[in-house]
Design a protein. Sequence first.
Length: 227
Amino acid sequence: MATKEPKKTVKKPAKKAAPKATKVKAVKKAKVEKVKAEKPAKVAPKVEKAVEKEIIAPVVEAQEKVEKVEKVHPVKSSEAGISQGEIISRGKEKLGKYFYAVGRRKTSVAQIRLFENEKATDADLIVNGKKLKEYFPTASMQNNLFSPLKAVGMMGKFRMTAIVRGGGVTGQLEAVRLGIARALVKYNETWKKSLKDLGLMTRDSREVERKKAGLKKARKAPQWAKR
């Protein structure tokens, strides 16, 4: 019988990895890294809002203020050489001629302006931005306040604006009354004697006396015990 020859096994060489695939992967990685480096870091929304409030908002507000100022106060060529005093006097002309006086009582100080107006009503009497009858609501207060105008017979012939600071109700009331009387004298000096005779021109200097050490009030002492 013929003997079969054994088959020779030939070892095939291992396949080498394609160099192109590795190069492509390396290029892709490099691109991804570049993109990541170029992208800005994400900021949390809270941080963004805080940055907007602190940096962007004040800048926007400042720009708006500048725009408003430019709109409200345009510089005219005719007013270029005008002094500040002339501008103030022009403002007074627009308000109208008024008679100014200051009245005081206790710790209250009242600044009074009287504008001559024969058709003045109760709504034209203003104290601290309110109507006089709202600021001093009772009839006794109003009668006391109008006493200088009634004494001279000029009730309803003036517009008034008053600014009062400090003290209580009675102090402010009497400060305004004294200011009205003094302003009327500036309007017409012949009324001074009649107002003075009624006691409307004198500044009441009475004030609360200070508390003393060892006493309950300025003069009041604690109860004395014999033993």
